[in-house]
Design a protein around this ligand. Structure first.
Ligand code: SF4
Ligand code: SF4
Length: 417
């Protein structure tokens, strides 16, 4: 690596060094409590999959360039040069971590390995050594925000086709517009994923609740966050913030995408609208008597997987359970409790990398498959697209014999007319 590249990367590193990050980098006592907390290590016990080991690679670079001990006595400070080889180690560490933060809830100091891995990901982006496909997908999302007019007609035509499906199945009570788009004065902006499965059931529930809603032009998923690029993350986020402000909505409701919800909730800053997950909105509709569900539609044993970015990392834990009380007659909790729930093994961009990561995702999530199998459930539902894909792959790989469903689709299917 030439000196100019190294200096550029170190500038990126330095930009991440706020007070919390310095604390995480300087505090680890190597107690090892986080070792078994990581689903990757618990499923494949190798030192490189220990949370503290991953962080140590970043920590040693930090010591080398940002602490005097590492600069003057590198061997004493256990410091590490930022080289091509170090970048390879950072890649291995960052892209075998799903950013689930289960290790953090076990660590006595609350060290956030996901935050430390965000340095690793940023250095990889700076060195153009990140998974290229994630950056390409992020750039496609940004381009859509910059030239909406090109996409507009095609998008609206696609939505018209979906409307017919909603009417055929749920008899819309919403009036003329079954899936409103670009509606000035709507109360709620719904940000879906690209795909009918994320739009049709949601439309059925919004209309049943007589919500004054509108569908976003933009898809919720934020590939900038997956690849750990703050600039792209912000640009993707700002498309939705801009749309919400233009339409004057009071609430932005994010579909079943854990990362999109957490990014919007925690990074959009103070805004004139509140940010909710679709799970929170559905729980509210039930509580307010705006929709009613029929639990007899789901007599089989059912369990729920808490998406890490929605439950442990954003606190949406009670709402899905409240919905499930109204939705299923034999609900079975996973053990351990939600805050310690095993990650599905597909976060952090791993599912987005598809076949390339499939073998690793299956092997590193053995503990997840066992956790689900123990419930004896016949249906496994969740509220995140990434988790749904990963759990479906696990279901097949470990022959769990389950049906994997989206919670929001189950709500739509159980609507009492
Ligand atoms: S954030 Fe999750 S995947 Fe990453 S080291 Fe911690 S427990 Fe493992
Ligand atoms: S639990 Fe915390 S302090 Fe202990 S080794 Fe892991 S990261 Fe370090």
């Amino acid at each position: 690596m030439d000196e100019k590249t190294r200096q550029d990367l170190l500038k990126l590193f330095e930009g991440k060094l706020n007070q919390a990050m310095r604390l995480y980098l300087e505090t680890c006592s190597r107690c090892g409590v986080c070792t078994e907390a990581c689903h990757v290590y618990a499923s494949m016990p190798q030192a490189k999959y220990i949370a503290a080991y991953r962080a140590e690679i970043v920590r040693r670079i930090y010591k080398k360039y940002f602490k005097s001990q590492g600069r003057f006595w590198p061997s004493l400070g256990q410091s590490k040069d930022l080289t091509e080889m170090a970048l390879e180690e950072l890649y291995e560490a960052a892209y075998s971590c799903t950013g689930c933060r289960r290790c953090m809830v076990y660590c006595p100091f609350g060290i956030d390995t996901q935050m430390i891995m965000s340095i690793a990901k940023l250095l990889l982006v700076g060195a153009h050594a990140e998974p290229e496909i994630l950056t390409m997908l992020a750039d496609t999302s940004i381009a859509k925000g910059e030239s909406l007019e090109i996409f507009r007609e095609g998008f609206l035509a696609g939505i018209k086709r979906l409307e017919a499906e909603v009417v055929a199945k749920w008899q819309s009570q919403a009036g003329d517009t079954v899936i409103p788009v670009d509606k000035q004065g709507a109360d709620l902006l719904y940000v879906a994923l690209a795909g009918a499965h994320s739009i049709i059931p949601a439309a059925a529930v919004f209309n049943a609740a007589r919500e004054n809603w509108t569908l976003s032009f933009f898809e919720a998923v934020n590939f900038g966050a997956f690849v750990g690029d703050p600039t792209r993350t912000k640009l993707i986020l700002e498309r939705i913030v801009g749309e919400a402000k233009r339409l004057g909505v009071k609430e932005v409701c994010i579909c079943e995408c854990g990362t999109a919800f957490r990014v919007m909730k925690q990074l959009s800053g103070p805004q004139p609208f509140q940010v909710s997950s679709i799970t929170q909105v559905h729980a509210r509709y039930i509580r307010e008597g705006r929709i009613k569900l029929d639990p007899s539609k789901n007599p089989e044993p059912l369990t729920y997987h808490d998406p890490c970015q929605i439950a442990r990392n954003a606190g949406v834990i009670d709402e899905p359970r409240y919905i499930l009380q109204h939705l299923a007659s034999d609900y079975r909790e996973l053990a351990p409790e939600p805050i310690y729930n095993w990650c599905c093994g597909g976060g952090g961009g791993l599912v987005a990398l598809g076949e390339e990561t499939l073998d690793f995702r299956m092997k590193s999530s053995r503990v997840k498959a066992e956790q689900v199998r123990k419930t004896g459930a016949k249906t496994l539902c969740t509220a995140c697209e990434n988790c749904h894909t990963q759990l479906s792959d696990l279901n097949q790989h470990y022959q769990l014999g389950l049906e994997v469903k989206f919670l929001s689709s189950m709500v739509a299917e159980a609507l009492v007319p």
